[in-house]
Structure formats: structure tokens, C-alpha cells
Design a protein around this ligand. Structure first.
Ligand SMILES: [Zn+2]
Length: 360
């Protein structure tokens, strides 16, 4: 098959479009012929590397993918380990798939056998992996994944749109709905107007029936947020301390929920929350270390709720909404697989508005 891979960490120049042996599905796995992949910031971090990251070279990046089932390897019976006794039953037998079925891939890889996986909390798996991170990913013509990672797409549903939706909607749904318990009528502040998870969070907030305030940089990015249903826009290039704007807008009450995946903005986000409010975070695009004033956390009874990715059940729930048109990934540009280097360069420069995808 053709694939984009790298043998060493570095800049976009380490990516090579080349031949690579077709992967073979193991027991319980499907071979998927990919038609689309989508880029995530994680792809850049893995390519650049971090201390302790161990990859099996050559590494193929990419978490998101959609395509058709090319082969299926029957499952083996899994005996639950002794510590699973007493946990609520959780269906680990995947729905039946056939060759040629159109699918989108859930990149959150639980082992399927530990106590967390058996309890339906596969994103807390003891041997958790992410496709394209420590396992070879979707910048390729074929990929193998456990059959339970597949979600069936309706006939005619666009592969690019499906691939672009996977990771970001999965992550945002788990954070806002499963963990954050967002309720209709609540007010959500989203810090950042254009990132994949933020645009997904905005749509989910509106779908749930919440009021959405978006803080973003510049008119172009805020126009996208407005298009996606934001009720109030705050341009942070005009308003340095946007927590003051929130204070005014909410008549000194504060918002119920803040979605903050920047990190260094936590001090402002904590100020913006009402008493008993929740700060949701799935990442730190502004860097991992920063200071917060703990008095806000206990004095205002705040909860800081972190998560990464989501469960099999979250994926099924959110992709059903994507497939019936209730939620839709904002698409930026599509590049041919052979030009993945240009695609990553565009992501690295932050020029995109919505998801960058690869056509395979
Ligand atoms: Zn597990």
C-alpha cells in the first residue's frame, strides 16, 4: 500500500510518501480500506516527539479515518478476568459487519478486556492507546483496528466529513455531556473560536439547548463561531481581560460551564465561572504548565473536570448525531495523501478554519 510515514522525529520534512506492506488483521480486527483521514494537532506532537514517547518505526501518523471494510478476522472468545466480576455487563461483542460496509473509525483504543473496558469506561483502559499515537495510524491506504472500533456510515455519507468529525466530536461529547453534564438553559463559555474540539463543543452546546459565548481572536475566526450558532462573540484582540466582559454580560453572575483547552487561560476562566460552576478541559494548546489562584477553586465551589477522548458508547451516540446531520465538522481544505506534508504545514501555521483532511 501507499502510506505517509517517518523514521525519526522532526519537522514536516521527515514525512515520506512511500510503499509500506499492507497490514493484516489479527483476531477480532477489521482491515479498513481508507478513503479519508483527518489531521489533528496530536499528529504534529507525535511527529515532533516528546520525552518518553516510544514508537515502532517507521511510524504512520493519523487518528481519524473513514473508508470501507476490506477484510474481517473473526473474534476469539474473551474470558473476563476475575476482577471484572460484579461489574455491570457491557457488550464486548461487536455488531456484525460485512466486507464493503462504509465505516468511520473510533481511534480511542481500549484493550476490551480490563475492568474499565468491561464496565464501559474504555477510555480509562489500563492499556489505553490512541490510533496514530503509539499505534500506526490512518495516513495510509489501509489500517487494521478492532471491529468494535467501527461505526457504520449511511449510504452516500461523505468520507471526508465522517473522518473530520471522529476525534473532535467524540472528545467534545465526552467532556461536555458525559463528564460535564451540560443541561439545557445553561450558559457555556468556549475559549477559542476555530479549533476542531472548540467548534465541536459549540455545536454540541447548541444541540443540548445551552447558550454559547465564544472568545476568539479576530473577526474571521469569530465569523465561523457565529455561523455555527454562537449566541455571543467576544474578540480577545479588542478585549484583553475577557473575564470582565463575561462579568458584565452575565450581570455579575458568571457562566455555568467554561470549555478551556488552552490552559494558560485558566486564571481568566476561573474568574468567569459562577459559584458551583464547572471548568472542562481536554487539552492545553497554550502549554501544559501555568499558575492558578486556588482561592477561586474552593471559594467559588468550582469543579475542574479533565478528560481525554471518550467511550465506545459516546462515539456511537455522537456519530449517530453526525450521520443524521445534527452535528457537522467544519471542513477546511482537503489534500491528497501524497501531499500530507503540506497539510501538516498548514495545520502548524494555524491557517486553517475547521478540519484539514486527506483524500486517499
Ligand atoms: Zn482495557
Amino acid at each position: 500500500m501507499k502510506a505517509v510515514l517517518f523514521h525519526t522525529h522532526g519537522g514536516p520534512e521527515v514525512l515520506q510518501y512511500t510503499d509500506f506492506p499492507d497490514p493484516e488483521p489479527a483476531a477480532g480486527q477489521a482491515l479498513v480500506k481508507l478513503h479519508a483521514a483527518a489531521l489533528n494537532r496530536m499528529d504534529l506532537w507525535v511527529r515532533n516527539g516528546w520525552p518518553g514517547l516510544k514508537l515502532e518505526y517507521p511510524h504512520i501518523p493519523g487518528a481519524d479515518g473513514a473508508g470501507e471494510v476490506a477484510a474481517l478476522c473473526p473474534s476469539i472468545a474473551i474470558s473476563p478476568p476475575p476482577f471484572a466480576i460484579g461489574h455491570p455487563p457491557f457488550a464486548i461483542s461487536p455488531p456484525p459487519f460485512a466486507i464493503g460496509d462504509r465505516v468511520v473509525i473510533n481511534s480511542n483504543l481500549g484493550c476490551g478486556a480490563c475492568d474499565f473496558c468491561l464496565a464501559g469506561q474504555d477510555n480509562l483502559c489500563r492499556d489505553w492507546r490512541l490510533l496514530g499515537e503509539t499505534v500506526r495510524g490512518t495516513y495510509a491506504e489501509y489500517v487494521t483496528v478492532p471491529i468494535r472500533q467501527l461505526f457504520r456510515l449511511p449510504n452516500g455519507f461523505d468520507y471526508q466529513t465522517a473522518a473530520a468529525a471522529g476525534l473532535v466530536f467524540h472528545t467534545a461529547w465526552h467532556s461536555l455531556v458525559t463528564r460535564g453534564k451540560l443541561q439545557p438553559g445553561e450558559t457555556v463559555l468556549i475559549v477559542g473560536a476555530s479549533g476542531g474540539v472548540n467548534t465541536a463543543s459549540l455545536q454540541i452546546a447548541k444541540h443540548i439547548g445551552a447558550k454559547a459565548i465564544v472568545v476568539g481572536a479576530g473577526a474571521q475566526k469569530l465569523a465561523l463561531a457565529e455561523l455555527l450558532g454562537a449566541d455571543i462573540l467576544i474578540d480577545r484582540t479588542q478585549e484583553e481581560d475577557w473575564s470582565k466582559a463575561i462579568y458584565r454580560l452575565t450581570e455579575k453572575r458568571g457562566v455555568d460551564v467554561v470549555v478551556d483547552n488552552v490552559g494558560v487561560t485558566f486564571p481568566l476562566s476561573l474568574r468567569c465561572l459562577r459559584k458551583g460552576g464547572r471548568l472542562l478541559t481536554v487539552g492545553n494548546t497554550g502549554g501544559p504548565k501555568f499558575e492558578i489562584d486556588n482561592r477561586f477553586v474552593f471559594g467559588k465551589h468550582l469543579s475542574i473536570i479533565g478528560s481525554t477522548m471518550g467511550t465506545l458508547r459516546d462515539f456511537e451516540t455522537v456519530m449517530a448525531l453526525v450521520c443524521n446531520g445534527k452535528l457537522k465538522a467544519a471542513l477546511d481544505r482537503s489534500f491528497p495523501l501524497a501531499d500530507a506534508r503540506s497539510a501538516q504545514e498548514r495545520l502548524e501555521k494555524g491557517e486553517q478554519l475547521g478540519k484539514i483532511t486527506l483524500a486517499i
